[in-house]
Design a protein around this ligand. Structure first.
Ligand SMILES: Nc1ncnc2c1ncn2[C@@H]1O[C@H](COP(=O)(O)OP(=O)(O)O)[C@@H](O)[C@H]1O
Ligand SMILES: Cc1cn([C@H]2C[C@H](O)[C@@H](COP(=O)(O)O)O2)c(=O)[nH]c1=O
Length: 209
């Protein structure tokens, strides 16, 4: 999370639209964080969308005529769609659409999430994005859940999750913080500020746990 997947998807869709292609964007209706009528990035960029329970309902919802006129279909939060593989095959191979998909490949325990990994063989290009670890500032490949909930699907933003560096990804938050405290610090410009921010952040997290 926070790696820029939605930002990247919206930019691609906007570019397709600017070059005269007809576009539509779909997101899962499970994600109610910013309302159901738009896709919104963590820093506020937004685009109208179709919020659906499953992808197979899209053609009927938008109408056959409008569907046939579409050139490009964007899908956000792809991990929540069980029928992702079948929809992508049908839309791309059978109906000739360009399909651009954004989603999490893994959950907070680094287990494969939904059908996102299944569609990689269908794709012409795949881009794996990374965020910045909130604890150490280095590249974060994974998402750490800050709460004790164990179910795979748990909608949330920075209140529940944070980008995390590989080593601490699957450990409880307390462990992650112990690990971070024990790491040797690099003396880079701004390090002092970052340490102060981290100290504040730890305080907040302890409050939550
Ligand atoms: N911890 C964070 N809390 C809130 N916003 C963040 C955080 N880390 C990064 N961001 C912002 O979120 C943007 C990416 O948002 P978005 O495209 O919605 O990411 P994703 O879809 O991968 O979750 C970044 O460019 C940055 O401005
Ligand atoms: C890691 C993880 C995430 N989720 C949820 C949390 C958010 O609602 C979305 C991801 O949104 P983003 O566009 O990447 O910010 O997925 C989840 O349900 N389970 C998880 O393990």
């Amino acid at each position: 999370m926070f790696a820029g997947k939605t930002t990247s998807l919206l930019r691609r869709i906007q570019a397709e639209s600017n070059s005269g292609r007809t576009v539509a964007v779909i997101k899962s209706n499970k994600d109610t964080r910013y309302g159901l009528d738009s896709i919104v990035t963590h820093d506020g960029m937004k685009l109208p969308c179709w919020a659906l329970e499953n992808l197979s309902s899209f053609r009927q919802k938008i109408g056959t005529v409008a569907y046939d006129q579409l050139d490009v279909i964007g899908i956000d939060e792809a991990q929540f769609f069980e029928d992702l593989y079948d929809f992508c095959c049908e839309a791309a191979d059978h109906d000739g659409k360009t399909v651009i998909v954004a989603g999490l490949d893994g959950d907070y325990l680094r287990r494969s999430f939904g059908s996102v990994l299944d569609i990689i063989p269908l794709a012409n290009t795949v881009m794996k994005l990374t965020a910045r670890c909130e604890l150490c500032g280095e590249r974060a490949f994974f998402t750490l859940r800050k709460t004790g909930e164990k179910q795979r699907e748990l909608i949330g933003g920075a209140d529940v999750y944070m980008p995390s560096q590989e080593v601490i990804a699957a450990t409880p938050l307390l462990k992650a913080m112990e690990y971070e405290t024990a790491r040797p610090r690099r003396n880079s410009p701004g390090e002092e500020d970052r340490q102060r921010q981290r100290a504040f952040f730890y305080g907040v997290i302890f409050g939550i746990c």
